[in-house]
Design a protein around this ligand. Structure first.
Ligand code: IPM
Ligand code: MG
Length: 353
């Protein structure tokens, strides 16, 4: 297995180093893994004047899977839009056709106290958000800022073709089949034509999955229901912008955004794996970050791209064990638990593995 390792910016290099330790431990046990590192985001701009350097994209294309840390930092905010770190991320998603973004929100029982919601609202939470990742208002044309009637206007286009909706629908129904067989499609069909088509295609695809109960919810209501009673959801499927917003909200249900991994898949289950959180420039280089979301992203890599469920379970169990042992980085620390650094957390996971 060839893994392209793209640490990126901010805390990216520190957290990816811990995930690489986990991969190296698996290699010692006989897993056949090759890893190669390349810059992306601000690091790509610094190295090659491009947030997605040619060589990085080539490496990622050639790899079976990509492990990404995070991109972005205040020193890059003043760059022209096409040179910003976020553009590197959006481009690699598009170039590799990673249209299905899986964002689980799972609550570890020991972390219930770290959630901003009451423990009874979130305990037992196990939710999967499937976010479409290569379409919608993120990529729709036309877009721009121009002068109309003597003043500046900004515009973007919300656009989905039926084939784009259909392929992410199949991924979402497939995942719902392996989970609780409940799929909620989130859109804004009461206002947007784009959502109207989305909903129609979801209903068409549902005919192939008679065992899955499909429901529909407007995005504003879904935002409210996620905070009010999140356990009503099993699997959610939604477009790029709604998924961006709802997945940040869902992450807080589980206590810390530092715990949540993600997978972005193409139609052959090739994937890019990254924590949901960002580059956290305020704590970068201080060995304080929580590496568990990145380590759990490696577990998702085994589950989805390598189809090695046993190893995925093994990594997830190792993480559960260090949590049960009371080890905590600052973001999930509570009275009575042991505060550890990023690298100590990585070492503990490797030991428990
Ligand atoms: C995410 C991020 C990205 C997005 C940004 C960094 C471009 O918020 O992965 O959710 O909007 O998709
Ligand atoms: Mg986001």
């Amino acid at each position: 297995m060839k893994i392209a390792v793209l640490p990126g910016d901010g805390i990216g290099p520190e957290i990816v180093a811990q995930a690489v330790k986990v991969l190296e431990a698996l290699r010692t046990d006989g897993a056949k893994i090759e890893m190669e590192t390349a810059p992306i985001g601000g690091a790509g701009y610094d190295a090659a004047g491009d947030p997605l350097p040619e060589a990085t994209l080539a490496l990622a294309r050639d790899a079976d899977a990509v492990l990404l840390g995070a991109v972005g930092g205040p020193q890059y905010d003043a760059l022209d839009r096409p040179l910003r770190p976020e553009r590197g991320l959006l481009r690699i998603r598009k170039e590799l056709n990673l249209f299905a973004n899986l964002r689980p929100a799972l609550l570890y029982p020991e972390l219930a106290g770290a959630s901003s919601l009451k423990p009874e609202v979130v305990s037992g939470l196990d939710l999967m958000i499937v976010r479409e990742l290569t379409g919608d208002v993120y990529f729709g044309q036309p877009r721009g800022i121009e002068i109309r009637n003597g003043e500046r206007v900004g515009f973007n286009t919300m656009l989905y073709s039926e084939s784009e909706v259909r392929r992410v629908a199949h991924v979402a129904f497939g995942i719902a089949m392996k989970r609780g067989k409940k799929l909620c499609s989130v859109e804004k069909a009461n206002v947007l034509e784009c959502s109207e088509l989305w909903k129609e295609v979801m209903i068409e695809v549902s005919k192939d999955y008679p065992e899955v109960a499909l429901t529909h919810m407007y995005v504003d209501n879904a935002a409210m229901q996620l905070i009010r009673a999140p356990k009503q959801f099993d699997t959610i499927v939604t477009g790029n912008i709604f998924g961006d917003i709802l997945s940040d909200a869902a992450s807080m249900l589980s206590g810390s955004i530092g715990m949540l991994p993600s997978a972005s898949l193409d139609e052959h289950n090739k994937g890019m794996y990254e924590p949901i959180h960002g580059s956290a420039p305020d704590i970068a280089g201080k060995n304080l970050a929580n590496p568990l979301a990145t380590i759990l992203s490696v577990a998702m890599m085994y589950r989805y791209t390598f189809a090695d469920i046993a190893t995925a379970d093994r990594i997830e169990n190792a993480v559960k064990q260090v949590i049960a042992q009371g080890l905590r980085t600052g973001d999930i620390w509570t009275e009575g638990t042991r505060r550890v650094s990023c690298s100590e957390m990585g070492d503990a996971v490797v030991k428990s593995l």
